[in-house]
Design a protein around this ligand. Structure first.
Ligand code: NDP
Length: 292
């Protein structure tokens, strides 16, 4: 019988730790603060930002919102980022993606002070992660690692397959698994017979963006399956969210599996709060601890 990995409960544990750390920082006179920059009118981005601001408030992190119109120039966004970099009272900066098409996302992300880069997307942090240095790590993969450790304990020697190689999920996920002494295989759209390779894995991370692509024939009996995918589909006349894994088919095969929703999603936001506290600590002269 498969175990359901409860991302909401795991996220609540992370948030309780964060809240306690915020209390410690406040006792030292530090008020952890997260700035969120939102450009344009993308409805999903507005929901994400609202949730981040709400969660920050719940754990005692001060949040600041900067909203710019869709037609804002790259220079206007860079000016906001420069101001936040220079503001010692701001510890974390998050620019909500995607940015409108006329703005070069990489240019904006590279403008964020790496010490305040709570999304972990700056090349300084990406490079540090691949070198195994303690840096601010992308929130979704960091959340997946937390779920894996809660489920399996030590990951050493496990064969992990990551399906997807994006900069925000697949690649940092592979780096974190490698750092945890897994043997790592990364699959992508050009992989040949991916189900055969995936079928050898002790750990499967699905980050593809294709509803229910990964079926029971991809999964070795007893594997642990983490489904990052969030796909909105219409089914039986109603709209619903499903993952990249065919949950009903894989449930009897896996030893443990995350549901969608209620798996990885809540962890991403919890790890963002954790990164904000880590950034605040680092900027007040305290060592940045391992996030894995
Ligand atoms: P991207 O579209 O950036 O990347 C998708 C990856 O999947 C690519 O590397 C692509 O390969 C690979 N891929 C596509 N088709 C196949 C295939 N048939 N077989 C194997 N690999 C394939 O997506 P993201 O990484 O940004 O997101 C992935 C999913 O995770 C989405 O559903 C997204 O909504 C969700 N997500 C969820 C988050 C959460 O908090 N839970 C946070 C971030 C994302 P190639 O490189 O060759 O094109």
């Amino acid at each position: 019988m498969s175990t359901l990995i409860d991302g909401k409960a795991a996220a609540a544990r992370v948030l309780a730790e964060v809240q306690a750390e915020v209390g410690q920082l406040q006792a030292q006179g530090v008020e952890p603060a997260l700035a969120v920059v939102l450009v344009g009118d993308d409805p999903a981005s507005h929901v994400y930002v609202r949730n981040k601001v709400l969660r920050a408030g719940e754990v005692g992190i001060r949040s600041l919102e900067y909203r710019l119109p869709a037609e804002a120039s790259a220079e206007a966004v860079l000016e906001v980022v420069a101001g936040l970099n220079a503001d010692a009272a701001v510890h974390g900066i998050l620019v909500q993606l995607p940015l409108p098409g006329h703005i070069d996302e990489v240019r904006v992300l590279q403008a964020i002070d790496p010490a305040k880069d709570v999304d972990g997307f700056h090349s300084e942090n990406v490079g540090g992660l691949s070198q195994g240095r303690p840096v601010l790590t992308p929130c979704t993969p960091a959340g997946c690692m937390r779920l894996l450790r809660d489920t399996l304990g030590d990951l050493s020697g496990k064969h992990a397959v990551v399906v997807g190689r994006s900069n925000i999920v697949g690649k940092p996920m592979a780096a974190l698994l490698l750092a945890a002494n897994c043997s790592v295989t990364v699959l992508h759209s050009r992989s040949i017979k991916p189900e055969k390779l995936c079928g050898q894995a002790d750990i499967v991370i699905a980050a593809v963006g294709r509803p229910r692509m990964i079926g029971a024939d991809w999964i070795k009996p007893g594997a642990v399956v983490i489904d990052v995918g969030i796909n909105r589909i219409d089914e039986n006349g109603r709209s619903r969210l499903v993952g990249d894994v065919d949950f009903d088919a894989v449930l009897p095969v896996a030893s443990a599996i995350t549901p969608v929703p209620g798996g990885v999603g809540p962890m991403t936001i919890a790890l963002l709060m954790r990164n904000t506290v880590l950034a605040a600590r680092q900027q007040t002269g305290q060592a940045l601890q391992e996030t894995r």
